[in-house]
Design a protein around this ligand. Structure first.
Ligand SMILES: [Zn+2]
Length: 294
């Protein structure tokens, strides 16, 4: 009797191990297949319909696109798929970062790190020249990247950012750089950080103002925690989004150069600690962005 019981126990353990092996190998196959799809896509550079309106002559209408973010590193950690998509197609990309990210007293360093990341993301051209101007003259080196250090817009949980102040600042930036499109956080702000969410409400406030009705604005759709940490696998679920949304305009953009997310994020040396390295590897925002029209 004991021998039969031992035998059944052994069989159960073998089955359990095989089930685990099957699950782990399926996850690995899915990761590899998803990465392959992303990298294969980058070779063929699919045309995409997002910001692909043609002018009368048949060439693509180049946009002046402003990314409105809360902290230095938001652009690299969350928006790289969209930034790559736009720069590879020759659109002019601008970044407005509404704080220097001084919650830990590293704001001055983080501001310079944003310029370096912007050079990797091809938002600005020559980081050596830009850094020289910044160090020598202490002025914003390039109009395509603006970083604010406003007394009422300081980095941190529990710091409420007024939407009217935000709307005025964004409006000034739009006028200064002849911006026609905005990309920003949605009302959850990927991580739920209050500064990200306030930025969204600032853009909303601006859109409600009659003078800015002609501005086209898009929000980065926040996903649930399982999709957020599913890495490249999320591309399959994200690509279903535009098909499901009949009443909303939604675009799913794959990161044609996922390596750039790592390279750009690595420029933020003061933030490049082990858990953020893991985040960038496992975050779906490294591989895909879903944008919804606001
Ligand atoms: Zn942030």
């Amino acid at each position: 009797m004991e021998t039969i019981f031992d035998g059944m126990n052994f069989l159960f353990q073998v089955h359990a191990r095989m089930a685990w092996l099957l699950i782990v190998s399926s996850v690995i196959v899915l990761w590899v297949a998803s990465l392959f799809k992303i990298i294969h896509g980058s070779y063929s550079l699919p045309k995409g319909t997002f910001f692909n309106n043609l002018k009368n002559g048949g060439s693509v209408n180049k946009r002046n696109v402003l990314f409105v973010v809360a902290h230095p590193d938001d652009e690299s950690m969350f928006f790289t798929p969209t930034i790559n998509y736009l720069t590879l197609r020759g659109h002019n990309v601008h970044i407005l970062c509404l704080s220097i990210g001084d919650a830990d007293g590293k704001g001055i360093t983080r501001k310079e790190e944003l310029y370096q990341a912007s050079a990797i993301l091809k938002v600005i051209c020559n980081v050596v020249v830009e850094a020289f101007i910044l160090a020598r003259y202490n002025v914003v080196p390039h109009q395509q990247v603006s970083v604010l250090d406003h007394p009422n817009l300081q980095d941190g949980f529990g710091k409420v950012w007024n939407d009217s102040i935000l709307a005025n600042i964004i409006e000034e930036e739009i006028t200064r750089n002849n911006i026609d499109s905005i990309i920003t956080f949605d009302n959850y702000g990927v991580s739920g950080h209050c500064n990200h969410r306030d930025v969204h409400y600032g853009v909303r406030k601006l859109l409600q103002a009659s003078s800015q009705r002609k501005i086209e604005a898009w929000e980065l759709v926040s996903t649930n925690i399982f999709r957020k940490y599913s890495g490249p696998v999320d591309i399959w679920l994200s690509s279903l989004n535009p098909m499901q949304s009949s009443h909303e305009v939604v675009h799913c953009l794959l990161n044609e150069q996922p390596r750039k997310s790592f390279l750009a994020m690595a420029q933020h040396s003061s933030q490049w600690v082990w858990f953020r390295k893991l985040f960038v590897a496992f975050s779906s925002y490294t591989y895909v962005n879903t944008l919804k029209k606001m």
